[in-house]
Design a protein around this ligand. Sequence first.
Ligand SMILES: CC(C)(COP(=O)(O)OP(=O)(O)OC[C@H]1O[C@@H](n2cnc3c(N)ncnc32)[C@H](O)[C@@H]1OP(=O)(O)O)[C@@H](O)C(=O)NCCC(=O)NCCS
Length: 174
Amino acid sequence: MSVPSNGRERNTAAGIMVRQMTAHDIAGFSTLFCDVFASPPWNERWDSAAVAETIGRTMKNSGFIGFTSMKAKWPVGFITGFRLAPIPHLSSVLYIDQLFVDGRVQGAGIGRMLMNTLLRAASEHAYRGALLLTMPKSAAESLYRSAGFRRMLRPVLLRGKGIYYMRLNRERYE
Ligand SMILES: CC(C)(COP(=O)(O)OP(=O)(O)OC[C@H]1O[C@@H](n2cnc3c(N)ncnc32)[C@H](O)[C@@H]1OP(=O)(O)O)[C@@H](O)C(=O)NCCC(=O)NCCS
């Protein structure tokens, strides 16, 4: 652990490898998803089989891109996105569907590593922007802001939580 200038303790991302997600990762994705989102700030209960079914369907979407970060042979984080093809004007925008990191290794730079990898792949796939939803004042919001995302619409309430939309590279797809 080290303590950077912002005072937050950090693990280090040593030994983490990021690779493309495949159908073999679905079980690992759903187990980790349920675990991470059961913790604050989300405190949600998810059914692992339902999560597996949903991600399996998502992976069949046009333009799906997904990565997993591995520590030895264990998945410790995922990021996934797909094309918003059916929505006019947004067909060249990547919708970032999920990003989560194992609570035991959060704060080590893995989330940022996954985001950078996804955005690079999105550029290579000719996506011109990216869109996501998140919770205001969360660790995720801070990561997204520093990755270039900006608030896009006024806050909406989703299941009682303030969630809002952000987007990237506005000028590139207007
Ligand atoms: C959000 C999440 C993916 C970040 O992954 P991570 O590996 O912990 O984040 P990183 O170590 O790469 O940190 C990247 C940036 O995120 C922000 N961040 C990370 N942890 C933070 C914390 N505890 N408090 C405030 N900001 C934080 C910071 O901006 C940080 O940059 P910095 O280190 O230069 O200050 C992870 O915390 C997580 O899985 N959270 C629960 C699930 C979730 O909220 N997913 C997003 C749903 S929209």
